[in-house]
Design a protein around this ligand. Structure first.
Ligand SMILES: [Zn+2]
Ligand SMILES: [Zn+2]
Length: 890
């Protein structure tokens, strides 16, 4: 019977992530491990997940977000904090609408053919599919969020929050409708906020165009990058202090191409050094000109249709596309002799962030938020330390943006999103602005009302996300307990889009900050440090990656290199390192489990009997716990994970287990078994690592569990155990010192063997001078013999009498010296000859390189990179020569 259990308990030879990941995730969900319970006596730890867009699948940036937030969540849960990680999904307004419109286009349809209702139905179907994919992919990544609280921005709760926030701001006069210059995307046919526009430097032209005076001889020349906008000019402006144009002010000029008569006005805003010093004023298509027109009382002439073809104001050009119109006007101006000159000109042109179409600034009636009063509170919250931004350097970026904030255009001419809660009365012309669906005009009672067709900027609902997901505007128990959240973890690229606006809206709606700490992570780049993009084809799909390497390996790769605010290179070698680490732990656990005698239940550590190596590994374990804890408190997750890795691989697996193997082979009567310490250190380390690599640690912990003390048997999962706490009493500097020396001795002898290419089966001799540590080190004779393959080895507490025996290699270590007779390693004469030959060859190479680097002709002609390469080559060769000269000194 014992035999059959043993076979059943046997761990497979290798770790196969795909076999265990799904099983454990399901197990955690079934056991309700992700659910949070409100405990009024404790302060909760809360993260509201940045909701991925319903635009498709998760990308590698989402995987980083999920990994970092899961690390924090699992850690706090194990620390015993009531921990909420609230997942959600964003309807993503324009971004999602563009995706579905592209799908429709493949069917030969557009949204207008479907009509608004049918299109929204299509969008909803799409959103449901996406939400399923996103949730499934998050589960593959191991995210331990509370799925019972999952939110969607278009759900009833968040939607009511959106309408409530809108109505409140409107009633306070902070939301208004007005005609302003907005960014218009002709393809998306909607207004965009300033943040949704990508500015690119374009090599264009500056066209100098002559406007004749209407009543006198003479002309005035203006310069423009967009000659088609001439059709919308309503004035020419000059600086009032500019002597050259003083006589022109108040006169009239004839607009070329359409022959409209427009005035010459004086305005301070005109820069006399730009172009000719006289500028055309196109108030309907330029934000600066719009302001000039407001000051000067000039009319607005809009020349564009929503699809960027020319409208009826464009006279003979009506119906032409904007770029075709540009060509037509230029050719007409040239014919009429009005095109004075054309200069190459590099300037910044706005592009739609979602479809990359060139933006047109257009005067348009839209809804805006007057953000300045909101920004002041958001500035104060950071200045007075209620909100901390990590890394600190982004505080300045945040404050600078807030201080220069401009009104936020929130209306979008889209169908997918939160409909603006405003109804226009066809009878009295007044507006009804209400949270609930309006049935009649609140001013005259007329039923003849119509809702604004537009929807809100998708970032409007995002700005409410920290409180709308917790039940606001209701005074819910969740809102009272979980708001404000603890950490807002997101990419630095959406600091303004999202973080800044959440601070403004959170403060405005609830009177309290939305989160205490903002943690900004960087972007993920490829091996060469380049941004990942579909066009470059260097995008790493997180699901394909985790299928190849395992989820824990992907998480390891994402979190090792990460530090707040810095971009991270995701390399194959890092993914492989993650996979190797999981395998290393697997093998270590397999060794430990197999070492435990089948019937043994007593794994209690007998602290007073522990040999030095046990005290050493326990000391190092507790030192690591202490350091890791303070790093995590400091949000240095990358470094914390690196230290756990170094401890587990570099100390526990490579040394403690190896020494243990020697010890287990020669257990003497009455000597304490290493097994209790092996089990204890391994089990504690698995818990320490769990937030980073949840699947492999759970699998290994479960394999170890039946061998743990009985109080562990009741605990169902590693994720609901406690996070290790450092035991200061276990810190033992003397044991660390001794073991450091033992390791150094083994390590140096191994290096010497490698250096002289000693066959692995050959035993070599050594004399070790260990001074005052001798009595502490001699118990490790057998370990040193076995692990360094050195026999006989003798220890001496005296100082080495110089000089050492002839033909011996002397290794000087921190607290000891090792003398190895050369003949025990190699055939001395042959080795001398070999080294001599190598020295001569190296010498020749050095001389050659030195000569080259003194050659003036080479130095002046060769590119700097080549010279640098030669220099570093020389340094390398010199170094090698030096080492060879040392090696031959035996
Ligand atoms: Zn667009
Ligand atoms: Zn009315």
């Amino acid at each position: 019977m014992a035999e059959s259990t043993q076979i059943q308990d046997e761990m497979p030879k290798a770790y196969e992530p795909r076999k265990v990941e799904g099983k454990w995730y399901q197990f955690w969900v079934e056991k309700g491990c992700f659910k949070v319970e409100i405990d009024p006596g404790k302060r909760p730890f809360v993260i509201i997940m940045p909701p991925p867009n319903v635009t498709g699948e998760l990308h590698i940036g989402h995987a980083l977000t999920a990994t970092l937030e899961d690390i924090m969540t699992r850690w706090h849960r194990m620390k015993g904090d009531p921990t909420l990680w609230l997942p959600g999904v964003d309807h993503a307004g324009i971004a999602a609408q563009v995706v579905v419109e592209q799908l429709l286009a493949e069917e030969g349809l557009d949204r207008h053919q479907l009509g608004r209702d049918k299109f929204i139905e299509r969008m909803k179907q799409w959103a449901v599919e996406c939400r399923g994919t996103i949730a499934e992919q998050h589960q593959r990544l191991g995210t331990s969020c509370d799925w019972s609280r999952e939110c969607f921005t278009l759900d009833e709760g968040p939607s009511r929050a959106v309408r409530t926030a809108f109505v409140r701001l409107y009633n306070k006069g902070l939301i208004y409708r007005g005609e302003r210059i907005i960014n218009w995307c002709p393809r998306c046919a909607t207004a965009l906020s300033d943040l949704e526009v990508d500015h690119k430097d374009i090599q264009g032209h500056l066209y100098y165009v002559r406007y004749h005076l209407a009543e006198d001889d003479g002309f005035i020349t203006v310069a423009t990058t967009r000659p088609e906008t001439i059709l919308g000019d309503t004035a020419v402006a000059v600086n009032p202090k500019d002597e050259r144009f003083r006589a022109m002010i108040g006169k009239k000029v004839i607009l070329p191409a359409v022959n409209r008569v427009i005035p010459v006005v004086a305005d301070e805003v005109v820069d006399p050094t730009f172009g000719t010093g006289a500028v055309k004023i196109t108030p309907a298509h330029d934000p600066v000109d719009f302001e000039v027109a407001q000051r000067q009382g000039l009319p607005l002439v809009n020349i564009l249709n929503p699809d960027a073809t020319m409208n009826e104001n464009a006279g003979p050009y009506t119906g032409l596309d904007r770029f075709a119109c540009r060509e037509a006007i230029l050719s007409d101006l040239e014919k009429d002799g009005l095109l004075v000159k054309v200069e190459p000109y590099s300037h910044s042109v706005g592009h739609c962030q979602r479809c990359q179409t060139t933006i047109e600034p257009i005067a348009s009636k839209q809804w805006f938020i007057n953000t300045q009063p909101l920004a002041q509170a958001a500035i104060n919250a950071v200045l007075d330390g209620r909100i901390t931004i990590i890394p600190e350097r982004f505080t300045k970026v945040y404050l600078n943006w807030m201080e220069n904030i401009r009104d936020w255009c929130i209306s979008r001419q889209l169908w997918w999103g939160h409909r603006i809660p405003v109804w226009y009365c066809h009878d009295c012309g007044e507006l009804t602005v209400t949270i609930e669906e309006a049935k009649s005009c609140c001013h005259c009672g007329s039923l003849n009302i119509e809702q604004d067709p537009d929807v809100l900027d998708t970032w409007f609902s995002s700005a409410l996300w920290t409180h709308s997901t917790l039940g606001w505007p209701d005074d819910s128990e969740s809102l009272r307990y979980f708001y404000p959240s603890t950490v807002m973890e997101t990419g630095y690229d959406i600091l303004f889009f999202w973080v800044a606006r959440m601070v403004m809206m959170g403060l405005e709606d609830t009177g309290d900050i939305p989160f205490r700490t903002v943690y900004l992570h960087g972007l993920i780049r490829d091996e060469k440090g380049e941004k990942m993009s579909k066009i470059k084809g260097n995008v790493l799909n997180p699901i394909e990656t985790l299928e190849k390497y395992g989820t824990d390996a992907l998480r390891f790769a994402l979190s090792t290199g990460t530090s707040p605010g810095n971009d991270l290179k995701l390399t194959t070698s890092r993914l492989e390192a993650g996979r190797n680490f999981a395998n290393k732990l697997w093998n270590a656990t397999r060794f430990v489990v197999r070492s435990i005698e089948p019937n043994r239940t007593d794994v209690k550590i007998q602290w007073d009997l522990l040999p030095v190596e046990d005290r050493w590994i326990l000391s190092r374990l507790n030192g690591t716990i202490s350091s890791v804890t303070s790093l995590m408190e400091d949000f240095q997750f990358g470094e914390a994970q690196r230290q756990i890795y170094e401890f587990l691989w570099g100390e526990f697996c490579d040394w403690y287990i190896e020494i243990t193997k020697v010890r287990l082979r020669s257990v003497s009567e009455g000597a304490p078994s290493p097994i209790p310490v092996l089990v204890y250190v391994l089990e504690t380390s698995l818990r320490l690592l769990h937030p980073y690599m949840p699947f492999v640690t759970e699998e290994l912990w479960q394999n170890l569990k039946s061998h743990l003390p009985s109080d562990w048997q009741q605990v169902e999962s590693i994720m609901i155990t406690t996070y290790p706490q450092a035991d200061k009493a276990a810190i033992d500097p003397q044991s660390e010192r001794i073991m450091k020396s033992v390791i150094e001795i083994i390590h140096s002898i191994r290096n010497a063997r490698a250096q002289y290419k000693v066959e692995s089966t050959r035993w070599i001799e050594a004399q070790v001078y260990t001074g005052e540590l001798t009595s502490a080190i001699t118990p490790y004779t057998q370990a040193i013999q076995t692990l360094a393959r050195v026999r006989p080895v003798t220890f001496s507490d005296s100082i080495r009498e110089a000089p050492a025996a002839e033909n011996a290699l002397v290794l000087v270590l921190k607290e000891s010296e090792i003398v190895i007779p050369m003949e025990s390693m190699v055939d001395v004469e042959a080795e001398r000859k070999r080294l001599q030959k190598e020295i001569e060859q190296s010498q020749a190479e050095v001389v050659q390189l030195e000569a080259r680097l003194k050659d003036e002709a080479f130095l002046t002609k060769a590119p700097e990179a080549i010279v640098d390469k030669e220099r570093s080559k020389l340094a390398m060769k010199q170094d090698k020569l030096e080492r060879l000269k040392q090696q031959i000194k035996f």
